[in-house]
Design a protein around this ligand. Structure first.
Ligand SMILES: [Cu+2]
Length: 197
């Protein structure tokens, strides 16, 4: 089984799927205003240090920066990203500490579901649609890097009061799940069962 989940350490993602909206939390370097030569020299040193730190962070990333391209056309364990132009059934899912509502859904094989996901809790939460096997494997890597972000159509991480939509086609029969892989959240109950018949 392929691990279709990609990881980005630096991006902040608020919404996924077709019609994606994202916030890139990239800070802009302040513009250089009129300054004395001495100040400019200081700034130059500071920029060099920032560049150095950035490089070090890049080197220590557990996933290669190009993993994005590598996984671009891989398949997903719970079906496939849906087509927003085709009909879908809407299911609203609320996330809180530490549960999903509903925590169990049933869909027909081939059915397209538009998940409207809301974080009504007080902490960040995730909704990652996959097989249990894949999510457990993924949870292990999350323990090593709890702040990793996921850049994939089958998942979203939301801050409190945020919402997002995921359109998903359940093309495979079987048992799947959505869970939150922020360390301990799944163990405390953040798991929802999906049965595809
Ligand atoms: Cu959570």
């Amino acid at each position: 089984m392929k691990d279709s989940v990609r990881h980005h350490a630096t991006r902040e993602i608020t919404r996924y799927g077709p019609g994606v909206r994202r916030d890139d939390g990239v800070g802009r370097q302040h513009a250089l205003a009129k300054r004395s030569n001495q100040q400019q020299e200081k700034d130059k040193m500071k920029r060099m240090m920032i560049a150095g730190v950035g490089l070090a962070a890049l080197v220590t990333l557990p996933w290669p920066a190009n993993s994005h391209d590598k996984h671009a056309h891989e398949s997903y364990s719970a079906g496939e990203p849906g087509n927003p132009k085709k009909p879908s059934r809407t299911i609203e899912v609320e996330m809180s500490e530490m549960a999903y509502t509903p925590s169990r859904i049933e869909v027909k094989r081939g059915e397209q579901i538009r998940f409207v996901i809301r974080n009504v809790g007080k902490e960040d939460h995730e909704f990652l649609l996959a097989t249990t096997e894949e999510n457990l494997k993924h949870a292990e890597s999350m323990k090593k890097n709890p702040h990793m972000e996921h850049d994939d159509p089958n998942g979203v991480r939301l801050k409190p009061k945020k919402s997002a939509e995921i359109i998903w086609k359940f093309s495979k029969p079987g048992s799947f799940e959505y869970s939150c892989l922020i360390p301990d959240h799944r163990d405390y109950g953040m798991i929802g069962k999906v049965t595809v018949k």
